[in-house]
Design a protein around this ligand. Structure first.
Ligand code: S3P
Length: 450
């Protein structure tokens, strides 16, 4: 599939985005471990999340899907059964790493397989701590990569300081910790998204968090079954927020989107770059804050993104790089070496595609230096099989002279089914739906400096 994009007319829209990917994975897993039936609404029916659903089914959990965004999960009080076949995680790193944690505590062996892209991504980051807890995990690929043979067993809690800032590692260890004797503590140098902690708490599992950045789960607990509504994904919203922010007088309102502050650093960056940004949390009843974000576009200026901001916008760096190319001055992204081990080497992919569109970019070991504003021109661009690269450059096309073609864009389905239709809303003025400004009643996003 190809995406063909032309310059956007004036943006003035009110939209919603599909459910949060990270929260969808976690909700299915915790609901499956609970002591009863849980209805999950707002579930993201993307390829990645369906890999997690199918994995839990293969482990003996009944999951109904009466409509694409609703799941009814029949929790079996932490009892899982050995799968008949290997479990395919596709291209979903979250599925593979969270499952490794979950399976580490099960009394059977499971083989986790992945597609070619995921089979190249590092798994030692979960294998090492899970083995320290007592699991036996064999990586069949070179350099500790998938397929993984997880031979679960009786686990003991550990105190672990991950060497990479990764919510997938933290999530895997918290799941393993649920099945371990004693307590499991993860001490993070830089805080990552805290959805697993929140989800465990919502399902009444006892955890303890400390200001300094550590989280502890107490072992051998059964989550209490509950219904849960998943908010819209701020990482999906990011593409449209940047489009509106980069267009002078562009205006966008997104409703019912997740506003967990471990995920919203993008808003602070856009504010720093000169856009007007407002956010209002409307609901925190289910522990995950959700509400409205509103952006008005102004001429953007370059910024520096580094340090503790990086894990809080790691998935937004491709689209923020596009914003950097449109901004006046230099945008510097540092300490983001993790981008090299995402669905593709995102640093190389961003640099390649931005240059192809006419931007000036220097590739750094751990980031990028982008000099703007570039008069972007349409081009044929590769997705590198990476959904966020494909979407970021489709947005780039909204600001380019002539036509932009993003090739091999089917990977978008991994995280954002419906992206193409929304892109159509942004490019076809006839279908434009004018939004009512609500600025004034909302509070300003706080800029966060790295
Ligand atoms: C995710 C964590 C991040 C993120 C990924 C989803 C999660 O990965 O990039 O899209 O749901 O835990 P890392 O934990 O590897 O940084």
């Amino acid at each position: 599939m190809e995406l063909r994009v032309r310059r956007a007319p004036r943006i003035d829209l009110e939209i919603t985005v599909p459910g949060d990917k990270s929260i969808s994975h976690r909700a299915v897993i915790i609901a499956a471990l609970s002591n009863g039936v849980c209805t999950l609404q707002g579930f993201l029916p993307s390829e990645d999340c369906m890999h997690t659903v199918n994995a839990m089914r293969a482990l003996g959990i009944k999951i109904e899907q009466p409509e694409p965004t609703t799941l009814i999960v029949h929790g079996k009080k932490r009892v899982l059964t050995a799968p008949k076949n290997e479990i395919n995680c596709g291209n979903s790193g979250t599925t593979m790493r969270l499952l490794a944690g979950l399976l580490a505590g099960q009394p059977f062996e499971t083989r986790l397989v992945a597609d070619a892209g995921l089979s190249r991504r590092p798994m030692d980051r979960v294998i090492a701590p899970l083995c320290e807890m007592g699991a036996d995990i064999i990586a069949e690929g070179p350099d500790q990569t998938a397929p993984l043979r997880v031979h679960g067993g009786s686990l003991r809690g550990i105190h672990y300081r991950p060497s990479v800032a990764s919510a997938q590692v933290k999530g895997a260890l918290l799941l393993a910790g649920l099945f371990a004797r004693g307590k499991t503590t993860i001490e993070e140098a830089l805080p990552t998204r805290n959805h697993m902690e929140k989800m465990l708490n919502y399902f009444l599992v006892r955890t303890a968090t400390e200001e300094a950045g550590s989280v502890t789960v107490f072992g051998e607990q059964v989550p209490e079954s509950r219904d849960f509504a998943i908010p819209g994904d701020i990482s999906s919203a990011a593409f449209w927020l940047v489009a509106a922010a980069a267009q002078r007088r562009g205006h966008l309102l997104i409703r019912d989107v997740g506003l967990n502050d471990t995920r919203t650093a993008l808003l602070g960056v856009l504010l720093r770059m000169g856009a007007q940004v407002r956010e209002a949390v409307e609901d925190v009843d289910q522990l995950e804050p959700r509400g409205i974000v509103e952006v008005t576009g102004f001429p953007l200026k370059g910024t520096v993104i580094q340090g503790k901001e990086v894990p809080r916008l790691i998935d937004e760096l491709p689209i923020l790089s596009v914003a950097g190319a449109l901004a006046n001055g230099r945008t510097i992204i540092r300490q983001a070496g993790e981008l090299r081990v995402k669905e593709t080497d995102r640093i190389a992919a961003i640099a390649h595609n931005l240059r192809t569109m006419g931007a000036q970019v220097a590739e750094l070991n751990d980031g990028l230096e982008i000099s703007g504003p570039a008069p972007l021109h349409g081009a044929h661009l590769a997705s590198f099989g990476d959904h966020r690269i494909a979407m970021a450059f489709a947005i780039g096309g909204l600001f380019a002279e002539g036509e932009t073609v993003v090739q091999d864009a089917e990977c978008i389905r991994e995280s954002y089914p419906g992206f193409e239709m929304m892109l159509e809303e942004f490019t076809n003025p006839k279908r434009m739906q004018v939004s009512t400004p609500v600025i004034g009643s909302l509070t300003s996003a706080a800029p966060e400096q790295g």
